[in-house]
Design a protein around this ligand. Structure first.
Ligand SMILES: [Zn+2]
Length: 85
């Protein structure tokens, strides 16, 4: 079974995210996004990795998309109820 580090979303897909609301928060950008899981599934499909969803949600984040392509954005998913963790 899948073992997870905290706040790791590398291997997790929307399907494995079981909470009804997918919440993404970035402290340094003062950003908070709440998404209805059903809407995400309808738009992107349940097999979309959360890592890619995070990318999509942080398009406007200058820390995520800086010139040297180092990801400094601290956006993370909250309240994840994933697999058997
Ligand atoms: Zn950010």
């Amino acid at each position: 079974m899948l073992r997870m580090r905290k706040n790791s979303c590398d291997q997790i897909t929307v399907r494995q995210h079981r909470a009804p609301i997918i919440a993404l928060e970035c402290d340094i950008c003062d950003r908070r996004t709440d998404l209805d899981r059903k809407v995400v599934v309808r738009q992107f499909g349940a097999s979309l990795p959360l890592r890619q969803l995070r990318r999509r949600l942080t398009v406007g984040c200058s820390r995520m998309n800086c010139a040297d392509s180092i990801d400094r954005c601290q956006a993370r998913f909250l309240d994840m109820d994933v697999g058997n963790e």
